[in-house]
Write a protein that binds this ligand. Structure first.
Ligand code: G3I
Length: 302
C-alpha cells in the first residue's frame, strides 16, 4: 500500500494524526492529512477549555469542524480528552472538592452526549501520574477531590456512551522499567479486577533525549494487553525523527494483537508542538521525510 492509513489497515489497524482546526484552510496540510491518515484526534479542540469555556455552556464549534472534516473524509475519530489537570478553563481551575467532582462528571456527560455513538475511543482521563520515581498520582485539583476520581470518570463515561472504547492516556509510560509505567499498570490491573470500565490504554510516545524510546516498549504493550485492555500509540513524535526508531515503534504495535493503531502528534514538523525537534513524518514543505518511508515500509510488513 502507498499510504500510511491503507498500509495500517492491512492488519486491521489505523494510522492517525492530531489535527488542528486552525490548519484546515491550509490545502497543503489537508491534502497530506486526507491522503495519509484514516484516524483523527483533535489536537486541542475537544479539551475542557475548548468545549466548556463557561460552566454548563458547551461549545463544540472547533471540535465539530475537526469531527466533520474527519467523517466527511472517511476517517474515524479518537476523542481527547475529558478529565485532565491541564487546559482547564478558569472556572474549573478555581473549583475544588465536591463542586469540582460534580463539574467533572457534568463535563464528561455533556461532551460525550454531543458525540454519543460517534467516537471510537475516548481518552477519558489524561496524565494522572507524576513523573519521576515516586509512582504517585500527580497532584492536581482533580486528584485532591479524592483518589477515586479516575474510576468515577470511567463509570460516568461508560454510562454516557456505551459504544466508545474508554482509554486512560499518559506519557513517559512506554519504558517498562519506569516507576510511572508500573504505577499505571497497577491501576489498570486494579480496575480490571474490580470491574471499573476501562477498555484501552494510550501510550502518548513523545520520545526525546530526556525520555528516549526503549526496546522494552513492546514488553510494556504486551503486559498491558495481557491485563485484558487494548493498547494504542496515541501521540507519537520522535526528536530528530530517526527512521529506525519510527520503524521500531511501528513494529512494536504490529507485534501486539491488541494494539489498535498509531497516531502521530501532528502532520508536518512545522505543525508540531515541538517543531524545533523536527519530530514528525513530513517536513515544513509537506515533503515526506525518510522516517515516513520507514514507517510505510514497516506497516507494509518490512
Ligand atoms: O489558541 C490560543 C491562541 O488564541 C493564543 O493566541 C496562543 C498564544 O499562546 O495560544 C493558543 O493556545 C495554545 C494552544 O496550544 C493552541 O495552539 C496554547 O497556548 C498552547 O498551550 C496549546 O498547546 C497544546 C498543549 O497540548 C497544551 O497542553 C499543544 O498545541 C498540544 O499539542 C498539546 O498536546 C498535548 C496533549 O494534549 C496531551 N499530551 C501532551 C501533548 C503535548 O504537550
Amino acid at each position: 500500500e502507498s499510504t500510511l492509513g491503507a498500509a495500517a489497515a492491512q492488519s486491521g489497524r489505523y494510522f492517525g494524526a492530531a489535527i488542528a482546526s486552525g490548519r484546515l484552510n491550509d490545502s497543503v496540510y489537508t491534502t497530506i492529512a486526507n491522503r495519509e491518515f484514516n484516524s483523527v484526534t483533535a489536537e486541542n479542540e475537544m479539551k475542557i477549555d475548548a468545549t466548556e469555556p463557561q460552566r454548563g455552556q458547551f461549545n463544540f464549534s472547533a471540535a465539530d469542524r475537526i469531527y466533520n472534516w474527519a467523517v466527511q473524509n472517511g476517517k474515524e475519530v479518537r476523542g481527547h480528552t475529558l478529565a485532565w489537570h491541564s487546559q482547564q478553563p478558569d472556572w474549573m481551575r478555581n473549583l475544588s472538592g465536591g463542586a469540582l467532582r460534580q463539574a467533572m462528571i457534568d463535563h464528561i456527560n455533556g461532551v460525550m452526549a454531543h458525540y454519543r455513538g460517534k467516537i471510537v475511543q475516548w481518552d477519558v482521563v489524561n496524565e494522572a501520574f507524576e513523573d519521576g520515581n515516586s509512582g504517585a498520582r500527580r497532584d492536581s485539583n482533580l486528584q485532591r477531590t479524592g483518589n477515586d476520581w479516575i474510576e468515577v470518570a470511567f463509570h460516568t463515561a461508560r454510562a454516557a456512551d456505551p459504544s466508545a472504547k474508554l482509554c486512560y492516556n499518559d506519557y513517559n509510560v512506554e519504558n517498562w522499567n519506569w516507576a510511572k509505567t508500573q504505577a499505571m499498570y497497577n491501576m489498570v490491573r486494579d480496575f480490571k479486577q474490580r470491574g471499573v470500565p476501562i477498555d484501552c490504554v494510550g501510550f502518548q510516545s513523545h520520545f526525546n533525549s530526556g525520555s528516549p524510546y526503549n526496546s522494552n516498549f513492546r514488553t510494556t504493550l504486551q503486559n498491558f494487553a495481557a491485563l485484558g485492555v487494548d493498547v494504542a500509540i496515541t501521540e507519537l513524535d520522535i526528536q530528530g525523527a530517526s527512521p529506525t526508531t519510527y520503524a521500531n515503534v511501528v513494529n512494536d504495535c504490529l507485534a501486539v494483537s491488541r494494539c489498535l493503531g498509531i497516531t502521530v502528534w501532528g502532520v508536518r514538523d512545522t505543525d508540531s508542538w515541538r517543531s524545533e525537534q523536527t519530530p514528525l513524518l513530513f517536513d515544513g514543505n509537506g515533503n515526506k521525510k525518510s522516517a515516513y518511508t520507514s514507517v510505510l515500509n514497516a506497516l507494509n510488513g518490512g
